[in-house]
Design a protein around this ligand. Structure first.
Ligand code: ITT
Length: 221
């Protein structure tokens, strides 16, 4: 019997978990969430880039839990704000704010600005406990709307307007958003390379040896 491969989705963000699970649902791997395990220490996201933080989250989780882990670091880079909030998207405006407080603050800061171009960026890192990792990236360009529209999704979705479909991310179904979003694109790369990823995991995560108790009779596995 083959032991199923486990991949832990290393995020505390329920919106991300739902999107990642949806895209990986048919893959020949057992997906686990962080809350399938007991509490683990929080990673400090002090990297200067999405790459740094994605790797930090994935490798830390893999090391603590002993399973391969997939982490996402993402954010919204706004042209008129010189790329802010960027890697600080989850903390824009300070600690303890809700998603709504944050996008309202962004709309306030964007008041009167003519250049409303923005891009969501995402880096996905898949790491094993010993350190090596694979990296995938995705980007989606759009504009900051004048006012929030739609109730789907999470984070800045209500204020991110995607011109080719004429709606905000929050007005899209999850399937529609996954087709074109930064995270959807990065995960489509993961999907396209999944056979190679499984081989890579075979090399870096050899199946655990079965151990029997001394004196106990070995049962054929
Ligand atoms: P984890 O670190 O536990 O994964 P987080 O929410 O702290 O969760 P990040 O540090 O990567 O995640 O911050 C990304 C922030 O960028 C996130 O909190 C949202 O506010 C925003 N964001 C990322 N992807 C988004 C999306 O698809 N739609 C709307 N907002 C998004």
């Amino acid at each position: 019997m083959q032991i199923p491969r486990i991949l832990v989705i290393a995020t505390g963000n329920k919106g991300k978990t739902a999107e990642i699970r949806e895209i990986l649902k048919d893959f020949p791997i057992e997906i686990r969430n962080l809350d399938d395990f007991g509490p683990i220490p929080e990673v400090e996201e002090d990297g200067q880039t999405f790459d740094d933080n994605a790797y930090k989250k994935a490798s830390f989780t893999a090391r603590v839990l002993g399973f391969p882990a997939l982490a996402d670091d993402s954010g919204l880079a706004v042209d008129a704000l010189e790329g802010r909030p960027g890697v600080f998207s989850a903390r824009y405006g300070g600690e303890g704010l809700s998603d709504r407080d944050r996008y309202e603050k962004l709309l306030e800061e964007m008041k009167g600005k003519e250049n409303r171009k923005a891009a969501f960026e995402c880096v996905i890192s898949i790491a094993v406990p010993t350190g090596p990792a694979l990296t995938y990236e995705g980007r989606c360009e759009g504009v900051i709307a004048d006012s929030p529209q739609g109730d789907e999704g999470f984070g800045y979705d209500p204020v991110f307007y995607y011109p080719p479909l004429g709606k905000t991310f929050a007005q899209m179904s999850p399937e529609e958003k996954n087709q074109i979003s930064h995270r959807g694109k990065a995960l489509q790369e993961v999907r396209d390379e999944f056979d190679k990823i499984l081989q890579w995991l075979e090399i870096h995560m050899p199946p655990p040896e079965r151990v029997g108790c001394r004196g106990a009779q070995a049962t054929p596995g």
